[in-house]
Design a protein. Structure first.
Length: 180
């Protein structure tokens, strides 16, 4: 979701990240969570259940994100909200049945001012249950074969990885991480 928000924001350069990751209950073998799947007897859970964060960009734009696969909530939600100088927006996937893409409701909204009035726009796109994962993989292979240009530039990918790495560093230290 962060890379999608950065696409809509025209890939600004990040300045700093403040974030927190969570794994409060994920190692509890009795917890089944919204997935309703019991943990494996001797299984190891070595990933966080959620990450929430805030990114400030050199342009003055900001991005807040909340990404999870197992949180204590009514329904699973993946969302990102961004705010810039000319517009803001929200991108969200709300699952009807947790973890099942075919039950998800996708929202994409843009918030702008036009002629002194607030205008909220719903962005309508073609339904895509896999959220572009298959197309991204196809593009990667076609790019390697020289058949099409990559969807992302190396600089865009590097900035995304800087944000992800800084998210974990900020969560570890409890402090903002300067990226610039």
């Amino acid at each position: 979701m962060v890379d999608l928000a950065m696409f809509y924001m025209d890939y600004p350069a990040p300045s700093y990240v403040l974030a927190q990751t969570f794994n409060d209950f994920i190692e509890n073998k009795g917890f089944k969570g919204p997935w309703g799947i019991p943990d494996v007897q001797d299984g190891v859970t070595d990933v966080e259940s959620a990450a929430h964060g805030f990114v400030r960009f050199e342009t003055g734009q900001v991005l807040s994100f909340q990404v999870s696969w197992a949180e204590m909530n009514k329904r699973e939600e993946v969302s990102v909200t961004f705010q810039g100088q000319k517009s803001g927006g929200m991108i969200r996937r709300l699952f009807g049945a947790d973890g099942l893409d075919e039950t998800a409701i996708d929202d994409c909204e843009l918030y702008v001012q036009e002629h002194g009035r607030s205008v909220n726009r719903s962005i309508i796109t073609e339904e895509n249950q896999d959220m572009g994962r298959i197309r991204s993989a196809e593009n990667f292979v076609r790019s390697i074969n020289g058949e099409e240009k990559p969807l992302n530039t190396p600089d865009q990918a590097l900035n995304l990885m800087r944000i992800i790495d800084s998210t974990y560093e900020s969560a570890r230290t409890g402090r903002p991480v300067d990226i610039a």
